[in-house]
Design a protein around this ligand. Structure first.
Ligand code: PLP
Length: 458
């Protein structure tokens, strides 16, 4: 719940939130109601982009579902977070608006709050940890927010935001657990059902849980037959941990390509609402996320960050929702954000190519005499493989001084092409067949250590 300082706002809502508090003081599951979402829908519509929701021929073909993409990455600041941020700001009293708001965030919530604060004339302070990406820090400053860089991670930034005496009097807005943020996010559910009225399934990423809570509440109220499926990265499965425990608990967080979803503990309000409405939650691997980002760039010409592409990741072949019961169904997938640094995007795409078998590592021993390597590259060229990197290894090859081990990274068309390349190499270098290896460059660990970005929002 939003921390209000020094005075409390909207005490009836707070009472409602805890009226049927169970063990662990979990808020009531109607702490956000459909009427709150409708109010938010009406309140924020003039300041939020009604993003497109379009069918995708390529992805439908690939998944066997009828996939519709809701393009939230085309909001002004590049994510759905604007809906909740604007609604939260607009629900403040005059006095609270005058004093201003504060949040701790390294990412999309910070940008959303900074932008809508500037639009609505409300001063915004964001405490960002030292690991926050420079582009996001700069963009928040451009929107006129007061940026305080404090703490090595988001938890320290949040403690500072809540406790520093100089910041007392500002209203704290949690990026996924504030009731007005959840209600604002629910407007995305209303829009998706308006745009695809015969929608059967919604597949929604989970970080702190606010997004899925709002969407599920709105969509299930409008059409109880709609199935709502949550998706979280296996490397930060905090919603699954909360489901098991019956209340939010701190889960292990390993670095993930879906950095926007790396929230160690889901919010209690978000969890209480989501648990009532969400049908199912699945987990995806890093490989699925990298492939989803790649498919969106390549097939749809869309830049979507890892967290934003996580719903699609679950539906791709081999993903946890690649299941017979979903085939042929009309599925809407929100692409929740597009804020990915270009250098990280490049590396995610590279990991996606590796996961797709289109970036492979060749090891082969050839003659170290003049022409040996030329012969190899000639065979590779004739087989249609492109050499991205090539490296000779002599010092560790003890068996023969006239041999050299070649290690090369190749761009290929995928598994079938790789098999054909291996056949060509075996034909041309029969004596080297025993030393020949062509392997994918994918590792779950290597893929995840890309971004080095902070865990999200609080
Ligand atoms: C791009 C993106 N998608 C999805 C989410 C998940 O939202 P929530 O934290 O409300 O579950 C986030 C959270 O920051 C995000 O940045």
């Amino acid at each position: 719940m939003r921390r209000l300082r020094p005075c409390l706002r909207d005490s009836s809502r707070r009472l409602r939130a805890f009226s049927s508090a169970a063990a662990h003081d979990l808020p009531a599951d109607d702490c956000v109601r459909f009427e709150d979402v409708v109010r938010a829908h009406h309140r924020i519509r003039s300041g939020i982009v009604r993003t497109e929701c379009r069918p995708s021929y390529h992805l439908s073909n690939m998944t066997g579902c009828s996939i519709h993409l809701k393009k939230e990455q085309s909001q002004v600041t590049g994510s759905f977070k604007e809906r909740g941020a604007r609604n939260a700001i607009m629900s403040l009293s005059e006095e609270q608006r005058r004093r201003g708001v504060i949040a701790a965030s390294a990412g999309n919530h910070a940008l959303a709050l900074a932008w809508h604060g500037s639009q609505l004339g409300v001063p915004v302070t964001v405490v960002m940890p030292t690991v926050a990406p420079m582009t996001k820090v700069q963009n928040c400053r451009l929107f006129g927010a007061n940026i305080i860089i404090h703490g090595g991670h988001i938890g320290e930034a949040k403690d500072y935001a809540l406790q520093d005496p100089a910041l007392q009097g500002l209203t704290y807005i949690n990026g996924y657990d504030d009731v007005e943020v959840i209600a604002g996010t629910g407007t995305l559910g209303i829009e998706m059902l308006e745009q695809v009225p015969d929608c059967e399934v919604l597949v929604v990423p989970i970080g702190g849980g606010g997004l899925i809570a709002g969407i599920a509440l709105a969509a299930k109220t409008l059409n109880p037959a709609v199935q709502v499926v949550g998706v979280e990265p296996r490397r930060c499965a905090s919603y699954t941990a909360a489901l098991r425990a019956g209340h939010p608990v701190t889960a292990e967080v390993l670095p993930t390509l879906a950095d926007g979803l790396a929230v160690p503990q889901v919010g209690p309000h978000a969890f209480a609402v989501a648990r009532r409405w969400v049908d199912e939650v699945v987990r995806v691997d890093e490989k699925d996320v990298a492939l989803a980002v790649l498919r969106l760039v390549e097939g749809q010409k869309m830049v979507v960050e890892g967290g934003g592409a996580t719903g699609l990741a679950a539906l791709l072949p081999g993903g946890p929702l690649d299941r017979p019961d979903l085939k042929g169904k009309r599925v809407v997938v929100p692409l929740c954000g597009g804020n990915i640094d270009v250098n990280v995007l490049g590396r995610v795409i590279e990991r996606g190519l590796a996961a797709d078998g289109r970036l492979v590592r060749l090891t082969l021993r050839v003659s170290d005499r003049p022409g040996g390597i030329a012969e190899l590259t000639g065979v590779l060229a004739a087989a249609g493989a492109s050499v991205k990197d090539i490296f000779h290894e002599r010092a560790w090859l003890h068996t023969s001084v006239d041999q050299v081990t070649i290690k090369a990274v190749l761009e290929t068309l995928g598994p079938e092409h790789n098999a054909a390349i291996m056949r060509s190499l075996a034909d041309s270098f029969p004596a080297a067949v025993d030393t020949m290896r062509l392997e994918g460059t994918w590792t779950e660990d290597g893929a995840s250590n890309l971004s080095g970005r902070a865990a999200a929002v609080g």
